[in-house]
Design a protein. Structure first.
Ligand SMILES: [Zn+2]
Length: 118
């Protein structure tokens, strides 16, 4: 099954071409790319950017960045394949190592994936 998903994140329109034989997997991917987190706790609903970074071990992290308050909603990956969004924007506060993460779904990514210098 082939699906084209168009998603606008901030000022940029992304076109995702999904080619996946398994129809359910194709639709799952389409739902992830087509439904990026779009409401931040700060009230922002349209000023976002797709952001990513790579740590020293080569792990890649993808986030939706709220350009109003710098909070991020992370993309997670299931152990058995596929992706999902943490539909909650989290703001990392300097000098505070405690990150409020109450309902973390199963993910391979470590919770503390960003080096914010604290
Ligand atoms: Zn925000």
């Amino acid at each position: 099954m082939k699906i084209e998903v168009r998603t606008k994140i901030g000022n940029v329109e992304y076109k995702f071409h999904i080619e996946e034989e398994d129809t359910k997997k194709a639709l799952l991917m389409a739902s992830v790319f087509g439904n990026t987190p779009s409401k931040c706790e700060c009230g922002n609903e349209d000023n976002f950017a797709l952001a990513g970074n790579k740590d020293k071990d080569g792990n890649v992290y993808i986030n939706i960045l709220c350009k109003s308050c710098d909070a991020k909603a992370k993309m997670g990956s299931y152990k058995n394949g596929g992706f999902f969004w943490y539909n909650r924007f989290e703001r990392y506060v300097k000098n505070e190592n405690k990150h409020t993460q109450t309902q973390a779904p199963e993910t391979q990514a470590p919770a503390n994936d960003m080096d914010w210098g604290d």
